[in-house]
Design a protein around this ligand. Structure first.
Ligand code: ADP
Length: 163
């Protein structure tokens, strides 16, 4: 069975993430969406909340959601994953992603990083952009899955807090 990992912060999951996850699920037997802590970013949603949000919108049967706060290649080794799937939005994503892919390859030569190009409509979409637009009262309904829209709006506007 060919297993792929889609890692990220997913704070919160956007339609850009969903597109990459669903396309990866067509290419591999099993996809693990791995919610990770990014030490450089202060998360709006807790790890558990991000998992719950993903569970509400990921419908494919061969997709699982998990969390990990260690080194990605160690998780890949543990699960027997053969690939890491990443979405590329623009040239600006490339340098960082290329460096990550080479680092992972040197740590675990068996692992491949597969880049899927973002859909045109999602090229500008990021979790940070969604949070900023929503905080400033913009409409984010075209950016996040319908199933989690209300929850994301309430949190971004500070009407619910996570502590
Ligand atoms: P990180 O905090 O590690 O950058 P993100 O949650 O922002 O993680 O993104 C996780 C993955 O989803 C990354 O591979 C990123 O390139 C991809 N991604 C994010 N937004 C989009 C989008 N709009 N279209 C396609 N891929 C995306």
């Amino acid at each position: 069975m060919k297993i792929a990992i889609c890692p990220g912060s997913f704070d919160p999951v956007t339609l850009g993430h969903i597109d990459i996850i669903e396309r990866a699920a067509e290419l591999f037997d099993k996809v693990i969406v791995l919610v990770m802590t990014n030490s450089e970013k202060h998360a709006l949603f807790s790890l558990e909340e991000r998992v719950e949000l993903l569970k509400k919108c990921v419908k494919k049967k061969n997709v699982e959601i998990d969390t990990y706060d260690g080194l990605l290649v160690n998780y890949a080794k543990k699960t027997g994953a053969v690939a890491i799937v990443k979405g590329l939005r623009a040239v600006s994503d490339f340098e960082y992603e290329f460096q990550q892919a080479l680092t992972n390859k040197s740590l675990l030569p068996e692992i491949e990083t597969v880049f899927l190009t973002a859909k045109g409509v999602n090229m500008f979409l990021s979790s940070s952009m969604v949070k900023e637009v929503c905080r400033l009262d913009g409409d984010i309904s075209r950016f996040v899955p319908q199933e989690i829209l209300d929850e994301v709006v309430l949190r971004c506007k500070g009407e619910i807090n996570n502590d």
